[in-house]
Design a protein. Structure first.
Length: 93
C-alpha cells in the first residue's frame, strides 16, 4: 500500500480526463463547440492513427501502473492487453 498513490494516481487522473473532454464536446452547443466537434469528427474519420489512439485511450487499454522498483520485471505494472491483441480478441489470460 505504500506505493499505491504513486502507482495508480496518474491512471485515475487520466481516466477522469476522458469523460470530461467527451462531456465538453457533447454538451457544448455554441458555434465554437459545434465547430470543434465537427473538426474532431473529421480528423478522426480521416486519420486512422488518431482514431486508434482515441479508441485505445477511451477503452482503458493504455492504463498502466509503473513500478517504483527499478529492478521489477519489465511487465510489472503494464497493461495486460495490448491494442493489437484486443483487436484480435486475444487475452493475456
Amino acid at each position: 500500500m505504500d506505493t499505491y498513490h504513486f502507482e495508480r494516481h496518474s491512471a485515475g487522473s487520466d481516466l477522469l480526463k476522458h469523460p470530461l473532454a467527451q462531456t465538453a464536446l457533447i454538451a457544448t452547443f455554441s458555434p465554437e463547440g459545434l465547430a470543434l466537434r465537427d473538426m474532431l469528427a473529421e480528423l478522426v474519420n480521416h486519420t486512422p492513427a488518431l482514431s486508434e489512439r482515441l479508441a485505445t485511450a477511451l477503452s482503458g487499454l493504455v492504463v498502466g501502473s509503473p513500478s517504483p522498483d527499478p529492478f521489477a520485471h519489465r511487465l510489472t505494472g503494464n497493461e495486460h492487453r495490448t491494442y493489437e491483441s484486443a483487436k484480435e480478441g486475444c487475452s493475456a489470460f
